[in-house]
Design a protein around this ligand. Sequence first.
Ligand code: KG4
Ligand code: ZN
Length: 353
Amino acid sequence: MVVLAIESTCDETGAAVACGFGEPKAVEILSDVKASSAEIHAKYGGVIPEIAAREQIAAIIPVIQMAIENAKLTIDNLEAIAVTQGPGLIGSLLIGVETAKALAFAWKKPLIAVNHVAAHVFANWIRPSTGSDTVAQLHSGTPELPAVALIVSGGHTDLMLLSSLTGWKWIGGTRDDAAGEAFDKAARAMGFPYPGGPMIAKAANGAKLELPAEMKLPRPMIYEDNLEMSFSGLKTAMVQQIANGRWHMDNDEDKSMLAHEFNQAIVEVLVKKTMMAVERYRPKCVLLAGGVAANALLREGLMKAVIEAGKVFFMPDLKYCTDNAAMIAACALLRPDYVDPLKLQPNPGLEIS
Ligand code: KG4
Ligand code: ZN
């Protein structure tokens, strides 16, 4: 099946064309186009929903046109239209959903509703591009189930057990801030623009020194025998250290060392809790997903731990970690949820399933 997928949950407008092949299905991306208003939001230190939605109205039709053109296909070749139903910002979701409904109705194509968070996980079924970092060398197939998935994005930090493509169970996650949210809040406290995760990861790269024990940040809940996490206290501890004058944010070396320590603290907790889930549930594979999956320390750290535990590790190509329409297409191809084009409504609080 050839599907056109539309994604508009936050500050990005995406459209992708993809097809599925083989059994279990692998997903081939024929085109993937993205317009982002992130540069505008950077000035405000976060996404302004009204601005995001206005930019999306202007971008959505050209982005869809370009996705079909780049795939070298015509409207006749499309067999279904997929769109993100939620979770996300209501104004942004409405633009994607209403556009998809209108196109499905006018072009007489079936409409598929997609859960954005589940779609992040389905990015692991996309065939890696040749020449991509370590992803292509990890494996040549698609994930075998059962699998444990670590989903780390701006709004989510969850551990899920996937027994089948449709049988998902929440087994752990954060009690408060999501990992991406913690990165973004910490970055703001350090004076970095939004989105903060990539800025902290980049600044951390320059740091060489290990910190003395008294300067270390906490690794919240790391030794607790459960799959729960908490990241809000970690950010508070960091803000306190800055307020106490231990770190000077006008000094690049201080900034780099603090970024390194913060990055390390989050990644250590994520790796430890995922490996605890692996011990408990003994899956065949471990899947990494979500915007924070673009973090190099997390990619390397989790890959090493999973391989040492004798399991198969999957992570998406970097370009399919942060929000994109290719993953929406992947979810639609693997787990199609057909809906009535006249009835679909966006759901900003949609739970993962
Ligand atoms: O999945 P995503 O694109 O959007 C949501 O669905 O939330 O995730 C965005 C989050 C942001 O919080 C961003 O700071 C974080 O992913 N992020 C990173 C990195 N790249 C993006 N966090 C840490 N390291 C990165 N390299
Ligand atoms: Zn996302």
